[in-house]
Ligand binder design. Sequence first.
Ligand code: SF4
Length: 374
Amino acid sequence: MKAQSRRLFNKTCLNLALSGGFYAVTSQVGGCAEKEKTASGAEIPEHDRNEKLMNGKKEKTGAEFEPAYLKLHKSGELKNRGEGLWSMMKSCELCPRKCGVNRLEGEEGFCHASSQLEISSFNPHFGEEKPLVGKGGSGTIFLTNCSLRCVFCINWEISHDGRGSPRSIDDMAGMMLRLQSIGCHNINVVTPTHYSSHIILALDIAAGKGLRLPVVYNTCGWERPEIIKMLDGIVDIYLPDFKYSDGLMAAKYSTDAKTYPEITRAALLEMHRQVGVAKPAVDGIMYRGLMIRHLVMPNKVSGTKQVVEWIAENLPKDTYLNLMSQYRPMHRANEFKEINRKINRKEYNNAVKWAKEAGLTNLDIQGWPLWRNL
Ligand code: SF4
């Protein structure tokens, strides 16, 4: 999520919640579509269908889109996956922290989450990447707590301090349906890792009541590939950060997460295997694919050159990459001299130059107006 806009958005949500203007929970019902076939009649594999949708011809629109999870919902597999992840909370290893606490008995691990779902807010959001926002907005659901916890977190009130309210899985399903009914283009679960089971079980309920929007898995990127494999056929759009190329930087600024680079790289490969390259359909909206975000930080803390080179060497050159320029020292960043400032024009220009030199062609580059106040 874009830093400034997310912060503004959270403030707006808080104001709405305080003023009683927050969205109410509702429910609906819905239908299905046929499998795609080649001219010879063979069924088109999932990945190739994605290529057909996102590359070149762009012949599909939202009206023809069928979310990945629908097939698994119909077979009962979606619920099985949710329950499988749920049982993992007995000795929780849902994220690379592998705390081993029994969340089902109310214990909390590093993320501060028990098995009680907590949600901070849900709302259409217009500050996300353009192909996720369209005209109706991205249907964001902000989940409370976090398994990574960066010292510069822009959402620290939610992720570190636990701002949010206990909600049921039925409540969450209702939120998804409400976001669909008001015209959002996707369901965008923000910081989902520690509540992956709750999200899938909510999705199963919502799919049974007519949810047909793509799911955006909006994550810090530090995801166990084994868990991401369990989301195969469920998530349509992966939206991970790739924050650091150096484990020492990750350990310093993201609470000892020194495994961040290698675990995130493995997770990105698995995400790409599942959903392929992200390119908007003919209506300008993204329905499927991997969209990577990289926040350029001051003093090369995020290792931008190594990040873009790894992406170019290990994923297709047209992999979507949002090079984010909006770093601001937030939360505890002022305790660390090297990250206690915004980035400058030269640092961002270098990031763009390195990405282009590496051969990346599908870059979301932020415009010059952003730089006027730097
Ligand atoms: S999800 Fe939370 S409790 Fe589970 S391993 Fe990660 S930090 Fe620990």
